[in-house]
Design a protein around this ligand. Structure first.
Ligand code: GLV
Length: 325
């Protein structure tokens, strides 16, 4: 007891109540901890940090965090945390795998449908009072059955999205660090494509589900966008910097690709002004995992890792800790 825990933003009440059984919980105001300096000022007081993907947890912060034993990210992606530095300072890092798989896969399916069937433009047309007659040639989009879907990053979310796309009659191909076990390929009906450029040039829809790492920064750049077909749709629910956002905006404006459904941005929360004006896009504010069920489960998983570490549980018994590399 007597632990101090900082939660950088308001999260579900049940998560906070759980953490309050461990010690004193401070909850930041929305947007309070978006900069290194804001966290640096206070981090020395805390034993545990539960932070958002928008909180940069740098080596400077970790060095100043003299009492800190764990950083639990309220997200599955943890590119905002300098994990190597944390481990150097004997601070554990946790993420929240599994619990957001279904919400993110549902969302990707919705993003695909919204983009191919032009939901946002059509709704705006109706709201603006233009729906005065049924139009045989109005708002024509792309049908999914029989189309080729290329998934880049075939982890849990990629696989779950593949199952949904399969139900819509799509043919599924994937590019991944390694080929998956035959049993998973069977379940997802997905075919491995070792060469990323081949996947890009053959797909009607390309969907990004890979983590952001050095090797995936600007994985989709101007050159790779130029390989895509002019009707093809690009979806991104992974991390913004996986795409060169300027190049994407240009490619959309020039009609080199057919459209894009985007939930994450290179310099989030900023969105490139050219992307805002680009045609055939669905642009959403990083909400893929935003369901009541998932956000509560994310908070609980992060809180469980904090409880485990503060109660000196063996780290190998805490399933969502990031292993030391
Ligand atoms: C959301 O983007 C997450 O990584 O959990």
């Amino acid at each position: 007891m007597g632990f101090r825990i900082l939660v950088t933003e308001p999260i579900p009440a049940s998560n906070i109540e759980f953490l309050q059984n461990l010690g004193e919980v401070t909850i930041g105001k929305q947007g309070q901890f978006l900069t290194e300096d804001s966290l640096l000022e206070v981090i020395g007081q805390y034993d545990a940090l539960l932070c958002m993907l928008s909180t940069p947890v740098t080596s400077r912060i970790l060095e100043a965090a003299k009492k800190l034993k764990i950083v639990a990210n309220f997200a599955v992606g943890y590119n905002n945390i300098d994990v190597q530095a944390a481990h150097r300072f004997n601070i554990q890092v946790a993420n929240t795998p599994d619990v957001l798989t279904e919400s993110c896969a549902d969302f990707t399916m919705g993003l695909l449908l919204a983009t191919t069937r032009r939901f946002n433009k059509a709704e705006q047309y109706l709201r603006d009072g233009h729906f005065t007659q049924w139009e045989p040639m109005g708002f024509l989009g792309m049908e999914l059955a029989g189309k080729k879907l290329g998934i880049i990053g075939m982890g849990r979310i990629g696989q779950s999205f593949a199952k949904r796309a399969q139900a819509f009659g799509m043919k599924i191909y994937y590019h991944n660090r390694r080929k998956l076990a035959a049993s998973i390929e069977q379940l997802t009906q997905a075919t491995f494509v070792d060469d990323l450029d081949t996947l890009l040039s053959n797909s009607d829809v390309v969907s990004l589900h890979c983590p952001l790492q050095e090797s995936t920064h600007h994985l989709i750049d101007a050159q790779r966008l130029s390989l895509m077909q002019s009707h093809a749709i690009l979806l991104n629910i992974s991390r913004g910097p996986v795409i060169d956002e300027k190049a994407l905006a240009q490619s959309l404006h020039q009609g080199h690709i057919g459209g894009a459904g985007i939930d994450v941005y290179e310099f989030e929360p900023s969105v490139d002004p050219d992307l805002l004006t680009a045609p055939n896009c669905t642009l959403l504010p990083h909400i893929a995992s935003a369901t009541h069920e998932t956000r509560t489960a994310i908070g609980q998983l992060a809180a469980n890792a904090i409880a485990g570490i503060l109660n000196q549980k063996d780290p190998s018994d805490i399933p969502n800790l990031i292993p030391t590399s």
